[in-house]
Design a protein around this ligand. Structure first.
Ligand SMILES: [Zn+2]
Length: 218
């Protein structure tokens, strides 16, 4: 087993996955690149995550959810659902966003894929849905910038938190290490530069292990 692993690294064929949430026209091999239904699928052979971004919730009708399911089931590069979620400052009404988010949760459970979540001023509503639906699949709040108390509240429900270029250092320190993920999102920084900002709480070995655990089928 060890020699096989060494062999993979030697050939450089599989860079460890470190970046749970990236945007770009090309999908890097160490990232999960997110795109919204209707956008061009990122090029390359990197892994993908597809969903309806909360900011785009006004533009889609219910047929879009069927389109999303077809897109996800028809492409083996898609390994996660999202980004999806709730944004109290942008997008459709709260009721409509909740409806679309719920559909993503159902899809995540049905297809056994993790969920990548955008949440702005919506932690209470998100936790209500989590309690109501008892999901078995992994959830991550991407771009987590809130305070320690909110971080602890989310991880108590088994929800991962992903940290990017900007975050609250006290919140990072308050999260049990196994729930920490990292992301570039739209930052010009590389994922290695971002992970360096997480020191001494997290390093690339921890992030690689957590990312693999997050993406592993439940
Ligand atoms: Zn994003």
């Amino acid at each position: 087993m060890t020699s096989q692993l060494l062999d993979i690294h030697h050939h450089g064929a599989t860079a460890p996955l470190l970046d749970i949430h990236h945007h770009g026209a090309t999908a890097p091999s160490n990232a999960v690149t997110s795109f919204t239904l209707g956008e061009p699928m990122p090029a390359g052979d990197g892994l993908l995550s597809a969903g309806i971004h909360p900011w785009s919730t006004e533009t889609f009708n219910d047929n879009a959810l069927a389109d999303l399911e077809h897109l996800i089931t028809g492409n083996t590069r898609i390994v996660a659902i999202g980004e999806t979620g709730l944004d109290m400052l942008r997008g459709a009404s709260v009721e409509r966003q909740m409806e679309i988010f719920r559909a993503h949760i159902e899809l995540s459970e049905q297809l056994r894929m993790p969920l990548v979540i955008h949440s702005v001023h919506a932690t209470d509503r998100l936790l209500q849905l989590h309690k109501l639906m008892h999901p078995s699949q992994h959830w991550v709040i991407h771009g987590f910038r809130s305070k320690p108390a909110e971080a602890q509240q989310l991880v108590r429900h088994g929800i991962y938190l992903s940290f990017g270029a900007r975050f609250n250092p006290d919140a990072l320190a308050a999260v049990p290490p196994q729930f920490i993920l990292a992301e570039t999102d739209e930052s010009p920084l590389t994922i290695d530069e971002i992970i360096r900002r997480l020191a001494p709480v997290a390093d690339s070995d921890l992030i690689a292990a957590n990312t693999a655990a997050f993406l592993a089928p439940v």
